[in-house]
Design a protein around this ligand. Structure first.
Ligand code: AMP
Ligand code: MG
Length: 354
């Protein structure tokens, strides 16, 4: 899962650069109590209002354990994870899965259907073909024939989830829940914080964000969205209402170079080729799992396919940055009201013809 988010825990009126610090791939204003840790190969941060400062260390430690637990079950990089076992047992026999994995697999399949296969958590073999997930980057572009062969192993509809077991029917099929697991992790952390009485906080796991309540000042958390063409800048800020979530998928931070050309880590499972045409996608919706899956799906369908997918998820708000110069943002009407673009940034409302 990849994304570039600039989280501001400060109100609009604050100087956007003032008092801020870079932290890994995230950019936070430093006024509020915040702690960071690493999990799933990336950085997570927990920010709380000052009244919860004394509890921050304990709460963050608990969240770290939740994230690490999920990583041990769902990582495609760990041979002993349930997801790796599921892939190894493809075509052999079903494996027992924990409730977390069962839920994530079921949700992944749901988003597969919703997006007509643009989101497909069985894209693992394609990820490897293009040199991701620990595979060697090929010296030349995979041939059409190779892509066609591997595509036969990719189809979310063939994953069976039943009575606490999961099964991939063909040897060589591989599950990869990297497009949804971090969002799910954030939702668990969000529920945990509320369950222990923390009401005003923001969790950010590599660009998968969920907020509760509001910061010290202002009425909403302000989330800066990083400029996909210039990491040192933001393209604008989104006001995130308490309870809601936001996720960004970007092509610019995780990619491979094959014979001088860059290929994004988000693969179009319909064609078998890395998705093109989009630099980043940000989705705002009710929970982080949905935001995570949808940001990956919208990245695949791009501006052209966004309208059809939006019709299936009318409550989602969307910001697309096409991979074209000069940069022009496309926004849903609802987001136009809560998004404050940086002064130099051009934007327009996403239309069916975009
Ligand atoms: P994200 O950063 O949330 O967009 O997730 C990207 C990650 O999702 C990749 O690193 C892969 O692990 C996985 N992935 C890539 N392409 C797809 C796809 N079309 N559908 C679902 N997951 C994908
Ligand atoms: Mg995602």
């Amino acid at each position: 899962m990849s994304s570039e988010q600039v989280i501001r825990t400060v109100p609009h009126r604050t100087n956007t650069q003032g008092g801020a610090s870079f932290l890994g791939r995230l950019f936070h204003a430093s006024e509020l109590p915040r702690r960071a840790f690493r999990s799933m190969g990336t950085v997570a941060t927990v920010t709380v209002r000052t009244d919860y400062a004394e509890r921050l260390a304990a709460v963050t430690e608990h969240i770290r354990k939740i994230f690490d637990r999920l990583e041990s079950k769902m990582s495609a990089y760990r041979a002993d994870s349930e997801i790796s076992l599921l892939s190894r047992m493809g075509g052999v026999e079903p494996i027992s899965v924990s409730e977390d994995t069962d839920t994530v697999l079921s949700l992944a399949r749901h988003f597969g259907g919703l997006s007509a296969g643009a989101f497909d958590s069985t894209a693992g073999p394609l990820m490897r073909l293009w040199g991701f997930n620990g595979a060697q980057v090929p010296p030349v572009r995979p041939s059409e024939q190779a892509v066609r062969e591997v595509l036969k192993l990719v189809d979310y509809r063939r994953l069976t989830i039943q009575d606490g077991t999961a099964f991939l029917p063909v040897k060589g099929m591989e599950e990869d829940v990297g497009g949804i697991a971090k969002g799910y992790a954030v939702d668990l952390a969000y529920d945990y914080c509320l369950s222990v009485g923390i009401r005003n906080f923001l969790i950010d796991f590599s660009g998968n964000v969920r907020a509760s309540g509001r910061p010290e000042w202002g009425t909403e958390w302000q989330i800066g969205v990083r400029n996909p063409f210039d990491r040192s800048r933001i393209i604008g800020k989104i006001a995130l209402p308490g309870g809601t979530a936001l996720a960004t998928s970007g092509s610019y931070e995780r990619y491979v170079e094959i014979a001088g050309a860059r290929f994004s880590h988000i693969i179009d499972p319909r064609s078998g080729y890395p998705a093109t045409g989009t630099a980043s996608v940000t989705v705002l919706c009710k929970d982080a799992t949905t935001a995570d899956a949808l940001s990956t799906a919208f990245f695949v369908v791009g501006a052209c396919g966004a309208h059809a997918l939006l019709e299936k998820v009318p409550s989602a708000e969307l910001l697309i940055v096409p991979d074209t110069y000069p940069m022009e943002l496309l926004l849903t009407q609802g987001l136009r009201e809560t998004f404050a673009p940086a002064p130099e940034v051009r934007s327009r409302v996403l239309s069916p013809k975009s």
